[in-house]
Design a protein around this ligand. Structure first.
Ligand code: ISJ
Length: 366
């Protein structure tokens, strides 16, 4: 180190500067919060039942932060800070209530907090259809459900729930999924003979488990948070779960990031009662029932191709009523309010037995 007699002074000066900056930040954040509160009053002046939360506006704010971030902080880090500031500003009016597929500590809760920030009130539900019901009943503002995993594929319960629901998709969140092998304070690490986890997590860590714990019994439970809870009382057991569950139950890592694919991620959908205006970079999800006849799938896809609409996902589900022979879930880039998209959908609707727009929503920012 260079001149050591100088450094305490430098340190004191730097800390003083940080204190001044923090005071400025506080003043600016408070000013921002007051501004957001005024927006809320403008909204309620027009319509007493107005919803303060605007997904398309929040996506625009976050995108601008990402674009304008000067560094040295990473742009996603900066956007995460703004995510929390917006969440706190919104909560000043009324904290947003969000139901998610529980229990507490699941990846779905992590996705809910990533999307709405930590000032949201998040409420665990026991099943995906319960999340839908809570939102439909108006007990909460929004719901968060998993829809697809990059390793394991689609979450069928979620797609099936959409078939019977009038709810709209108002957003998407993609979460990198890291699994850890976790133990409690009473676990004897050299004696682990049973491992608890959710079936999807087992599937995502299968190769690692085969290599490291080929003889341990794998016990599938309803969630990784439940797995984490169970190991608290069993000295010979471990759990596979994520960081939130590990923190919630105070577990230690035996091994970190044991998922077989490093890019393992899950996509979650936000469901609500209102449709969302365009944010500038949007996606649309539709469900289409086609007649059981040759060429049906080609007829369905052709208009997308001809209009150069970028399809991001296509899933097939068996229909559950006579009317729904084949059911296709399609995601594509664009918003239903864009004329080009509206004409593609009009064509699709003409050729289909039935079609339902599940929602147009901002492409996930964070
Ligand atoms: C302030 C507004 O309302 C809410 C708060 C926002 C914010 O803090 O930036 C953004 C969108 C809304 O969820 C707004 O619509 O502009």
């Amino acid at each position: 180190m260079s001149d050591s007699s100088n450094s305490p002074l430098d340190l004191a000066a730097l800390r003083q500067r940080i204190d001044t900056i923090d005071s400025d930040l506080m003043r600016l954040i408070s000013e921002r919060a007051e501004c957001a509160a005024q927006v809320a009053h403008v909204k309620t002046a027009d319509d007493p039942d107005a919803v303060f939360y605007r997904p398309e506006r929040e996506a625009q704010v976050l995108r601008r932060v990402m674009e304008e971030n000067p560094g040295p902080l990473h742009r996603e880090e900066m956007a995460r800070l703004f995510r929390e500031i917006m969440s706190a500003c919104l909560a000043l009016e009324k904290p947003i209530k969000v139901a998610y597929l529980g229990p507490e500590g699941t990846f779905t809760q992590q996705a809910a907090l990533k999307h709405f920030g930590h000032s949201a009130i998040s409420l665990p539900m026991a099943a995906i259809d319960e999340v839908f019901r809570e939102v439909e009943a108006g007990a909460v503002n929004y719901g968060v459900v998993p829809v697809e995993n990059s390793t394991e594929g689609v979450v069928n319960n979620t797609l099936d729930s959409f078939m019977d629901s009038g709810l709209h998709i108002s957003g998407e969140v993609v979460l990198r999924i890291h699994h850890h092998l976790l133990m409690s304070s009473i676990t004897r690490q050299d004696k682990i003979s049973r491992i608890y986890s959710h079936p999807q997590s087992f599937a995502q860590c299968r190769k690692w488990l085969d290599a490291h714990y080929p003889h341990a019994e794998r016990v599938a439970v309803s969630s990784n948070a439940e797995a984490a809870r169970l190991v608290k009382t069993e000295w010979h057991s471990a759990a596979i779960a994520g960081d939130m569950a590990a923190q919630l139950y105070g577990l230690d890592h035996v091994a970190e990031k044991i998922e077989d694919r490093p890019d393992n991620s899950t996509r979650f959908l936000i469901i609500g009662n209102e449709s969302v205006p365009p944010s500038g970079t949007d996606k649309t999800s539709v469900v289409v029932a086609m007649r059981n006849e040759p060429g049906a799938l080609h007829a369905l896809l052709e208009p997308f191709h001809r209009h150069h609409v970028d399809m991001t996902r296509l899933e097939t589900r068996p229909s559950r009523t006579g009317a729904w022979n084949y059911v296709f879930f399609i995601d594509f880039k664009g918003h239903v309010d864009e004329p080009e998209i509206a004409s593609v959908l009009e064509e699709v609707r003409r050729g289909a037995q039935d079609m339902k727009v599940l929602g147009s929503y901002p492409v996930g920012v964070l």
